[in-house]
Design a protein around this ligand. Sequence first.
Ligand code: FE
Ligand code: CA
Length: 501
Amino acid sequence: MPKLSRRTFILGSVAAGLLTMPGIATAALRYPFELGVASGDPRPDGMVLWTRLAPAPLDVGGGMGTANVAVQWEISKDANFATIAASGTETAVAGEAHSVHAEPRGLAAGTEYYYRFKTGEHVSPVGRTKTAPAAGVEPASVTFAMASCAHFEEGWYHAYRGIANDDPDLVLFLGDYMYEKQSGQSTKVRGYVDFDETDTLDEYRVRYAQHKTDPYLQAAHAAAPWLAVFDDHELKNNWWGYQSDVTATRKQAAFQAFWENMPMPKSMKPANAAIPLYRRVGWGSLARFHMMDTRQYRWKQAPNNNNTNCTELNRTDRTLTGVAQEKWLLDGLAAGGSRWDFLGQQVFFASQDNDGAASTCDVNEDAWDGYPASRKRIAQGIVDRHVRNPIVLTGDVHRHWANDLRVNYFDHASPLFGSELVTTSVTSNGGTGTPAGLDKNPHLHYVANKRGYVRVTFTPAQLTAEFMTVSSVFEKDPAKVTIGVEKRYVVQDGVAGLHSA
Ligand code: FE
Ligand code: CA
């Protein structure tokens, strides 16, 4: 059972008592925007604007009690809000952790906006966001950041600071926004509040709130719209969804807390232990982002039989995506209409077969290597649909990687059909040692065991991926921490394969 501290419980109860008194519920007693603001899932005519009222973020209930609270929002083309482009009122519902998911419509396409919230006498920080370009319009250049794996205890969030300073058009978050468990590392820069593994809704909510107190994470949210998906740690390490190892109650709690804390539309609110996470976002005629879910529908990981019995792993009906999502992805890719197609997803896509031999299965069973038939259906599906520039975007492994993609990785002379960019962790420990089999997997070009993020800039002619690293996650002082380009690769339009630049 969860172990919430007595102090937390009492403070939460006192706050609940006060806020349910008549006349007080409309205005929080203390400044309620401690978790910052965010935006996400941009469309040509709008996006989601997010905040969550929590004057006491680490207390159960966030210091808000059980009353619902009215929150006003405003969006403007200028940071001073001289002219309001759209505004409205949302109800921050106690049953949704007083989160707000406002969805303005009728905005101009491909346009920068600023937004803020108000409740009572309190005004939130100002966020910057953007609408997507209109369908058919080709922007000259787009920049997005990719990030994953941000264990709160394992480092300071300088990578998020770097992302905020870059002012990207978009941020893709690819999983492990938080961790359900305390760090096992000997070096921790800060600690989670006092329950160990999150498994109730209150615990997941407090866990998110604790992350969101970080100023660099708030800055990264306030800088650009996010497209976020979860991986495993937002629920439980290495969980699988089909005939799952986790209870429906715990799934619902984790999904609910994720939705409450992310700038995702109301239509994505989870119910009955399911969340409609995979979705597609267009960026004019230049790009589409196919945001995938490799957890909810996956089969259980194949057993690791010391690589001698690959029968389960090689089953032709094994799936990582589920049948419906696979069809959704391939049908979407077949529809075409964009020059660059990004598959934003969680786990390592290219083969990293340690001995380079097809007869064994010395692989990471949690990644696509553990679902080779599923991967092959997608890879061959991409080839068959003549997708112009498929780029897979990945998190999970706490290291930077740059990979080329083949249908058959054991035939080193076979053609490439795309590339994969893997972002390292924001903070989470990258382990030790050099990956085995690099020489046996010539499609794996680059690996770096440093913390950071990936910055991608693309035009109609070319994509440039910059593997960004921070000099330390253990040093708190930003003046002593440098953020820079560790390695740069380019992909030319219409030509599969990475080139060092
Ligand atoms: Fe991770
Ligand atoms: Ca092998």
